[in-house]
Design a protein around this ligand. Structure first.
Ligand code: GDP
Length: 320
């Protein structure tokens, strides 16, 4: 059956699909997208049920279940501060879980595997927009180089399985994502979730100021996680190359513009203050998405709409 998936390159609605990391922001979005597309044979395991860092447990799970398709959306992720403060955990945890899942997928005959990376794998001063060919052409941004090295190793492992064994293991590199199930913890989150929470709390406490990290000058590209999930399903159906492929919307904005948009959506009209003791990170990381667009995929959720939807989710699920 798994061989059939690889040969026909068509997902069957009955294929057994393992979404590693199904409780996370990306994994839960992919699970929703699979379910609404009619895929009903989904394997899900919480961290308590299956610790992906435990190689024996992962191997036993794959031997028993033999999923046809594996989507690797499990990772230790975090914003600029968490990545900068905990490089050991970002490197070792990610190396462990991805190696366990990718190798067990191969050993148990998975017909296709989608490995999710990140736009931070590219060099700090990569040409903008960043083409896939920029990988490994220059030094990384130091604030997240540990995570980036782990993700690059994951890409290389998938490519190695393809080269040595002909495995249909593909790798997608999403840009900065946001949406439901994002992490809203101010110390460890990414910028969009952090600023949504800060703006909301400043509004509800009638604070006069909102503190933003860095200079506001860096530019970032933001993609709603439901668009990312749609791109993942598209790639599972249509993409069979071991070459990495970027997933983004093709537009970026400054952090200054982002915070203005968030304040407008949330309804906070106080002052912004800038904590320039905090790092800016990479100056810009806009992905070149011409390869994905050329295959016929494009995003549907405009940034403002996506922020409105995410704020709504935050109000219902996180805000007290
Ligand atoms: P990055 O894309 O890997 O740099 O990670 P982040 O999403 O954490 O940060 C993006 C940019 O937003 C950086 O320049 C941060 O300094 C800036 N930023 C501004 N305010 C915040 C905040 O409250 N939290 C975070 N995480 N970043 C912030």
């Amino acid at each position: 059956m798994s061989r059939l998936v690889a040969l026909t390159n068509r997902m069957q609605k009955t294929d057994k699909i393992f979404v590693a990391g199904h409780n996370g922001m990306v994994g839960s979005a992919i699970t929703r997208a699979l379910q609404s597309a009619g895929f009903s044979n989904l394997l899900k395991r919480s961290r308590a049920e299956l610790d992906l860092a435990d190689s024996r447990a992962v191997s036993d799970f794959f031997r028993k279940e033999k999923p046809h398709i594996v989507i690797f959306a499990a990772a230790k992720v975090g914003g600029i501060k968490a990545n900068n403060d905990f490089p050991v955990e970002f490197l070792t945890d990610n190396l462990r879980i991805q190696t366990n899942v990718i190798s067990s997928a191969h050993e148990n005959g998975a017909g296709k595997l989608l490995f999710l990376g990140s736009s931070c794998i590219y060099p700090k001063y990569a040409p903008q927009p960043i083409p896939e060919t920029a990988l490994l052409t220059g030094p990384l941004e130091p604030t997240n180089d540990a995570y980036a090295i782990a993700k690059i190793a994951g890409v290389k492992l998938c490519q190695a399985y393809h080269r040595e064994y002909g495995a249909n293991f593909i790798s997608a590199m999403p840009t900065n994502l946001y949406g439901p199930n994002d992490n809203f913890d101010l110390e460890t989150s990414h910028v969009l979730a952090a600023l949504l929470r800060k703006a909301h709390e400043a509004k509800t406490k009638r604070a006069r100021e909102l503190m933003v990290w860095g200079t506001g000058e860096p530019r970032r590209e933001f993609l709603h996680v439901d668009d990312c999930a749609s791109a993942c399903l598209f790639l599972l159906e249509k993409y069979d190359s071991p070459e990495i492929i970027n997933v983004g919307c093709g537009e970026d904005i400054t952090i200054r513009e982002l915070v203005a948009l968030i304040c407008e959506v949330v309804g906070f009209d106080g002052e912004l203050t800038w904590d320039t003791t905090r790092p800016d990170g990479t100056p810009r990381k806009l992905l070149d998405v011409s390869k994905l667009r050329g295959l016929g995929w494009q995003p549907r959720i405009a940034l403002r709409d996506g922020i409105v939807r995410t704020y709504d989710w935050f109000l219902k699920n996180i805000a007290q």
